[in-house]
Structure formats: structure tokens, C-alpha cells
Design a protein around this ligand. Structure first.
Ligand SMILES: [Zn+2]
Ligand SMILES: [Zn+2]
Length: 107
């Protein structure tokens, strides 16, 4: 197995109005709420907003939806949002680092 094996997904479940749940090669599961994903969008545009101390997204979490999700090569997940934003590609390692389960939080 490769060094990065634990950060490669074996399964990605996209619940378009709730959360994205990724199951990793080591059997671990990471669930991240959509609102959190949207706020942490890693694209250059959102990064610039964060750097400037501005809100990346100020929409309503209740109405936020994922309108499209696609694997980008072997390294991440591209997400399109109901607010029209679609430039963020979430690297697997990034998604894994956002895991908020008791095990990961304790680390
Ligand atoms: Zn973005
Ligand atoms: Zn975890």
C-alpha cells in the first residue's frame, strides 16, 4: 500500500442537501456538512476572500445544495453549489483533515 493510502477514498456518498461522507482505504469514515465545505472552499477566489478576512459564503445553510460532484483525477472532489460557485476542488487529504469524529478530534 502507498503512504497516502489512508487518504484515498474507497467510497464517496454525496447527500446533496446535507453532507458528504467519505469512506477511506483504512475503513475510516469522514462526514462533513455542506455548509462547512462551502465555507472552506479551497479555490483561489475563496482563498483570497479568506486572506482578506471576508466571508467566503454568507448564504442560508438550509437552502445550500450540491448541484454537481465529480472526481478530479485521483486527487480530489470537485463540487458545484446551488449558489453558482463551482471552482473548488477538495483534495482528499483536506477532506480527511476536516474529519470531526471523536477519534480524529482527540488527536
Ligand atoms: Zn471557492
Ligand atoms: Zn475521523
Amino acid at each position: 500500500m502507498q503512504d497516502q493510502g489512508c487518504a484515498e477514498p474507497v467510497r464517496v456518498d454525496v447527500d446533496r442537501d446535507d453532507a458528504i461522507t467519505t469512506t477511506w482505504g483504512d475503513g475510516h469514515t469522514t462526514r462533513v456538512d455542506l455548509a462547512l465545505l462551502r465555507e472552506r472552499c479551497p479555490c483561489a477566489q475563496c482563498q483570497a476572500l479568506r486572506d482578506a478576512g471576508e466571508a467566503v459564503w454568507s448564504g442560508d445553510a438550509q437552502s445550500l445544495r450540491v448541484t454537481g460532484a465529480e472526481l478530479v483525477g485521483a486527487w480530489g472532489l470537485g463540487l458545484a453549489w446551488s449558489d453558482g460557485h463551482a471552482t473548488g476542488v477538495y483534495e482528499w487529504g483536506l477532506l480527511r483533515s476536516w474529519c470531526a469524529c471523536p477519534d480524529c478530534s482527540a488527536r
